[in-house]
Design a protein around this ligand. Structure first.
Ligand code: ADP
Ligand code: ZN
Length: 542
């Protein structure tokens, strides 16, 4: 009876409102909370920002005893513990960064028969030490360990993108502490990893909760790049056009972070680089400035952002292609955690593809030639291929993302919230360019194409031009006009591959082509035909 009361929606919502001031639970939070409170294991797959922490924080407040939270990063623990303490909730963390005094205080509390701590955050390394495990057993034997929550649980699986050997040790938790429910939480898990997590932790009859990975407020876009200067200029223009918003730009390498950051700063954007090459002090100051909005744009390597709780990131830009869809999803998912419209913008270049393939091939073979490492190289390349499909395919980007996580997706889900659905012609054209560039490059040519926002502007205008045709024509007889509109697009794409044109030249050409087109249409009403020669003349610049 008491258990039922404990788990009732009303009493849990009361706790949520009282401590966190949120009106109601989100997604599958309530199901997860009720499961673990009733003593059942639970596997919780929720996207970043989905509110996973609430799934163990509420149980800690609803039930007596301690909730143990295993967390991979000290910064992450510190963050959460601080936020909880601010709300008056007794949370602590044990880590190497604590002074002996501070640690002793926590241990004293844990040893007392009536600990005041409700949530105890620890690293997986600590769990693996015999001293700490016997302490846990003592707490357990007094019936004071109510739940074990394992954050970032995918780290336990060597199939995952983020395997941490220290997580492997967590597999002993069940045998040492048999009756404590386990809650595994993750934002990134393909089915294979999910099974691996459940098996490794020896979870039994676990309630499997999975929220859709769709992030409807993120607009997905891929741009193609060749010349670095062009891409720099394009990004800088884009950022300026978006105004004063909070941005993360990811680069593959430190030098690229520095270089891009310098470029953007030079063009007047409030910007800083962040990577492991900076000293601690510098990193902290860059981070603080960004969190407090003193700098708007941070250009970083992928380590940046893990556990950073800034909700109003409007653009996450990948300046180099990520190594897998999981990484991409995780990183781009840092945009729009406030649910407001945001953008994921990825710059894709053929050189980046080659570079990443090189890195993935060599990271396996450097260590050894064992079949194990060959297998892991093969796996990383397979994972990378999914990312390539995202960039090089012409279909809906959102659909590609969700399908890679095993979700079934209907065509209507996206509703023009990716470039491919919003501007199919433009994307198709860009891909044509890309293919042309690739084949030219194989023949020994180099730097043959650019596609950048300058092209996007031309592309926009062309598609507008094209759409205008569509509206103007309407009837079936006029279908040839549609083709002509297409022809303009194609011709321009072709001429762009043949010769690199500046934006002014392109706009000029476009304008002339349009003028001729419409002049022709007006004077030639009866035939209603476009003078093809006039357009191609204009395109050739004659
Ligand atoms: P995750 O760990 O899944 O990435 P968090 O637990 O950090 O997500 O939660 C993301 C944000 O959503 C946090 O700021 C959290 O306070 C907020 N949040 C969690 N649950 C709710 C809720 N039921 N209603 C409103 N906001 C919530
Ligand atoms: Zn789409």
């Amino acid at each position: 009876k008491k258990k039922e009361q404990l788990c009732s929606k009303e009493s849990l919502v009361k706790i949520l409102r009282w401590h966190f001031r949120y009106p109601d639970f989100r997604g599958m939070q309530l199901e997860a909370i009720q499961a673990v409170l009733s003593g059942r294991d639970c596997f919780c797959l929720m996207p970043t920002g989905g509110g996973k922490s609430m799934c163990y924080q509420i149980p800690a407040l609803a039930k007596t005893g301690i909730v143990l939270v295993v967390c991979p990063l000290i910064a992450l623990m510190e963050n959460q513990v601080m936020a909880l303490k601010e709300k008056g909730i007794a949370a602590e963390f044990l880590s190497s960064t604590k002074t002996a005094d501070a640690k002793n205080k926590i241990h004293e509390d844990l040893d007392s028969g009536k600990p005041s701590i409700r949530l105890l955050y620890v690293t997986p390394e600590l769990i693996a030490t015999p001293g700490f495990m016997s302490k846990l057993k003592k707490i357990y034997s007094r019936g004071l360990l109510s739940l074990i929550a394992i954050d970032e649980a995918h780290c336990i699986s060597s199939w995952g993108h983020d395997f941490r050997p220290s997580y492997r040790k967590l597999s002993t938790l069940r045998s040492h502490l048999p009756d404590v429910p386990i809650l595994a939480l993750t934002a990134t898990a393909v089915p294979k990893v999910q099974k691996d997590v459940v098996d490794s932790l020896q979870m039994q009859n676990a309630l499997m909760l999975k929220t859709s990975f769709n992030r409807p407020n993120i607009y997905y876009e891929v741009r193609y790049k060749d010349l670095l200067e062009d891409a720099y200029a394009d990004l800088s223009d884009t950022l300026k056009s978006m105004g004063d918003v909070c941005v993360i730009i990811y680069c593959l390498e430190r030098s690229m972070c520095d270089d891009l950051s310098a470029h953007l700063s030079q063009s007047g954007i409030s910007c800083a680089a962040y990577h492991a090459g900076l000293n601690n002090k510098m990193r902290t100051s860059v981070l603080d400035d960004w969190i407090s909005s003193k700098t708007k744009v941070v250009v970083a390597t992928v380590a940046f952002g893990y556990g950073i709780d800034r909700k109003d990131v409007r653009i996450v830009c990948h300046f180099n292609i990520p190594k897998s869809m999981e990484s991409f999803y995780q990183e781009s998912g840092r945009a729009g955690r406030d649910q407001l419209p945001s953008t994921s913008l990825l710059y894709y270049g053929v050189d980046d593809r080659k570079r990443m393939e090189f890195i993935l091939r060599n990271s396996g073979s450097k260590k050894s030639q064992s079949s194990n490492s060959q297998e892991s190289t093969r796996m990383s390349l397979t994972a990378f291929n999914q990312m390539l499909e995202y960039c090089e395919g012409s279909g809906c980007r959102r659909k590609k993302i969700l399908e890679s996580f095993g979700e079934q997706v209907t065509a209507s889900l996206c509703g023009k919230t990716c470039d491919s659905c919003r501007h199919p012609n433009l994307v198709a054209r860009n891909l044509e360019d890309l293919t042309a560039a690739c084949s030219l490059r194989q023949k020994g040519g180099s730097r043959v194409f650019i596609t950048s926002s300058t092209d996007a502007i031309v592309g926009e205008q062309l598609s507008e031009f094209w759409n205008r045709d569509e509206e103007a024509s309407g009837s079936e007889e006029d279908i040839s006009d549609l083709d002509e509109g297409n022809e303009v697009v194609n011709n321009l794409a072709r001429s762009k591959v043949q010769s690199r044109l500046g934006i002014n030249e392109k706009l000029d050409l476009l304008q002339r082509a349009e003028e001729k087109y419409y002049r022709n249409e007006n004077t030639n009403k009866q035939s209603n035909k476009v003078d093809k020669n006039a357009i191609s003349d204009a395109l050739r610049g004659s």
